[in-house]
Design a protein around this ligand. Structure first.
Ligand SMILES: [Zn+2]
Length: 131
């Protein structure tokens, strides 16, 4: 799961389909996220000390993460994300569609630095060529 709070996502299904908004909170255990202005409901509250006027409170309900997609500014639409190592060995998220990196998710690590992913891929290609 590569969507994080603060990301801009596009809602891809449901009543709020097409809405682009910011993720406020991600609940990994439930697989849900609260997205600003999406799945907004009104809660009716009685008068109390906290709400002396009573009335309606507006809040967002969590939405299933499968119903939102990371919004890629380059592609101008909701996309799927991948994770990859960069040359310096740090891990980053990227847009599966256009390949643009969208931010580091792990610090640089020597073990993953330059060429480590190239080495991993090369034997696989060689094996395929033999067949
Ligand atoms: Zn993209």
């Amino acid at each position: 799961m590569l969507i994080r709070s603060g990301d801009t996502v596009e809602v891809i299904t449901g009543a709020d389909r097409g809405v682009k908004s910011r993720v406020i909170l991600v609940d990994r255990a439930a697989g849900k996220a609260i997205v600003e202005g999406v799945a907004r409901v009104y809660k009716h509250v009685r008068r109390s000390q906290k709400h002396p006027q009573g009335g309606r409170l507006s809040k967002e309900m969590p939405v299933q993460l499968s119903n939102v997609a990371f919004y890629c500014a380059t592609c101008d639409k909701g996309v799927r994300l991948g994770a990859r190592f960069t040359k310096d060995g740090s891990k980053e998220r990227f847009c599966r569609k256009c390949g643009t990196g969208v931010g580091q998710i792990a610090p640089a690590k020597a073990a993953h630095a330059t060429g480590s992913d190239v080495k991993k891929k090369a034997p696989a290609k060689a094996a395929a060529a033999k067949k």
